[in-house]
Design a protein around this ligand. Structure first.
Ligand code: PGA
Length: 250
């Protein structure tokens, strides 16, 4: 039996309006066993996080934000203030998603600062790491993901919680899922890096083209504690199926 917490999270990216959120949530809750709800996080757009909170009020499903600035507040037009997220009682924020790193050019340094700020506010960061196709071909996977993890944690409070998501860039939104062996190898590398920091009990999620059909084999791997699901989380019954499969395992 695993001692680490199993967690399944949805990353909705720029999908859905408030009206669509109101239609999604009842369908999702009907298909999900309530026992598991506390271990499910939905990362929605900042524009309707309050709607998500209202819709999920009677459940124990958690609400997360997809990004925030590293400063608490200030003149940063268009950014999400972590202080406002804390006032809204948002418990989780995604940090360093590959789309933030690659499209918005976030550096390891930005990510380190975000982790530090979120910890100050007692918000749990979900730290995303992952190599590109080219880095994998050049046998740099281990170096890249350990560097990303070490750097994100380099200024972190050693007693504050966090979650890690291993998301190989080549598997995100491509339909090209990592094999259970590829994912397990990367997760074990991250597990060892965490053990060096005495953080063995941190959950490591896999993300990148997870679907109900491939989630069983991936979830059976020793060091895969759950998933961060993009595309497949947009259909409530599919996301519920991934949650039910993963969270029912010992
Ligand atoms: P995907 O996205 O499941 O659509 O590949 C995962 C993610 O970007 O977190």
């Amino acid at each position: 039996m695993k001692t680490r917490r199993r967690i399944v999270a949805a990353n909705w990216k720029m999908s859905f309006s408030a009206t669509e959120v109101r239609s999604y949530i009842p369908k999702f809750l009907r298909s999900t066993k309530s026992l598991y709800q506390n271990d499910i996080i939905i990362f929605g757009q900042a524009l309707y996080l309050d709607v998500l909170q209202t819709e999920l009020q009677k459940s124990r499903v958690q609400v997360g934000a997809q990004n925030c600035h590293f400063e608490l507040e200030g003149a940063f037009t268009g950014e999400n203030s972590p202080q406002t997220l804390a006032m809204m009682q948002i418990p989780y924020v995604l940090v360093g998603h590959s789309e933030r790193r690659h499209i918005f050019k976030e550096s390891n340094d930005d990510i380190m600062k975000k982790v530090r700020t979120l910890h100050r506010l007692n918000i749990t960061p979900v730290i995303c790491v992952g190599e590109t196709q080219e880095q994998r071909k050049n046998n740099q996977t281990e170096q890249i993901i350990v560097d990303q993890l070490d750097s994100a944690l380099s200024n972190a409070d050693p007693n504050k919680p966090f979650i890690v998501a291993y998301e190989p860039v080549w598997a995100i939104g491509t339909g090209q899922v990592a094999t259970p062996e590829q994912a397990q190898t990367a997760h074990l590398i991250l597990r060892k890096a965490l053990a060096l920091k005495r953080r063995e009990s941190v959950s490591i999620l896999y993300g990148g083209s997870v679907k109900p059909e491939n989630s069983t084999a991936l979830a059976a791997s020793e060091d895969i504690d759950g998933f961060l699901v993009g595309g497949a989380s947009l259909i409530p019954e599919n996301f519920a199926q991934i949650c039910n499969i993963t969270l029912s395992l010992e």
